[in-house]
Design a protein around this ligand. Structure first.
Ligand SMILES: NC(=O)c1ccc[n+]([C@@H]2O[C@H](COP(=O)([O-])OP(=O)(O)OC[C@H]3O[C@@H](n4cnc5c(N)ncnc54)[C@H](O)[C@@H]3O)[C@@H](O)[C@H]2O)c1
Length: 250
């Protein structure tokens, strides 16, 4: 497939690009060029003209752009940018995709649509059909992005697939999580010491491929997280049944 990755120059985009490029023709739309020799358009996903240029000839679009973190405020998300990029640019991307005849879209979502402190997400069991309940800035914008995706699917007959990720990481770092704002990769652990494996880039790319090729039209959402044999936690049965996806990195 020919797939446009919006926000493909960021942390998550950089994790999955090499794996996706091995199977697909990839183009990136981002404010900055991607790391590596990939076809790309430098521009904003809030700009219809840049989106139209980037979407030309594509079969599917993946939205993985994200608002910036404020260096002055301990890496907190900037509020205006969070709504502009995490929500408004998703709307602009889906509208532009519809106008360009690109009917398949994958939204990079987050398991952070669930829960806030003190009910920390890693301590919770989360079913795939549970109602998102996060009320912090990041979680709210990711919840709204899901709504935008559902509306586009209904209004335009698009196939819109949300992949809710947790702790995406490079394969060579797995099972630790290597978010760039951290000083070094960390092993996420629950309060009882149980490790929470991160999601390897190869597994993420496999999920994105499967979602981009999803057969049934309309909106759907799947949990895409690292393989965790510690018992029922974050359910991924839907991804197994609906996308044929299971985490392979163990
Ligand atoms: N990093 C994680 O651990 C994690 C976990 C779960 C979900 N996610 C999701 O993954 C996605 C990407 O997150 P990330 O961690 O890679 O963020 P990031 O900040 O590393 O990358 C975001 C990218 O978006 C680009 N961007 C920002 N505004 C843009 C605009 N207007 N137009 C085009 N591009 C723009 C940036 O230049 C950057 O390359 C987000 O949807 C996020 O919610 C990330």
């Amino acid at each position: 497939m020919r797939i446009l990755i919006v926000g493909g120059s960021g942390y998550v985009g950089t994790l999955m690009l090499p794996w996706l490029a091995a199977e697909h023709e990839i183009r990136v739309l981002d404010l900055v060029p991607p790391q590596g020799d990939y076809d790309h358009v430098v521009g904003s996903a809030t700009d219809p003209a840049a989106l139209a240029t980037a979407l030309e000839g594509m079969d599917a679009v993946v939205h993985g752009a994200m608002g910036f973190r404020s260096e002055a405020d301990k890496g907190q998300l900037d509020t205006t940018s969070a709504f502009e990029v995490n929500v408004a640019s998703v709307y602009a991307t889906l509208e532009a995709a519809h106008a360009a005849g690109v009917s398949r879209a994958v939204l990079i979502g987050s398991l952070s649509v669930f829960g806030n402190e003190p009910a920390h997400l890693i301590e919770r069991d989360v079913e795939e059909d549970a109602e998102p309940d996060a009320t912090n800035l990041y979680g709210v914008t990711k919840r709204l992005a899901e709504q935008v995706g559902r509306i586009a699917a209904d209004a335009h007959g698009m196939t819109v697939t949300v992949l809710r990720l947790a702790f995406p990481t490079p394969d060579e770092i797995w099972p630790r999580w290597a978010l760039p704002i951290l000083d070094e990769p960390v092993q996420i652990r629950r309060a009882d010491g149980t490790p929470v494996p991160a999601l390897a880039g190869s597994d993420l790319a496999a999920a994105v491929s499967a979602a981009a090729a999803r057969d049934s039209s309309g909106y759907d959402v799947f949990h895409i997280v690292g393989a965790d044999d510690s018992g029922p936690r974050w359910r991924t049965d839907k991804a197994r049944d609906g996308l044929g996806w299971v985490a392979r990195r163990r």
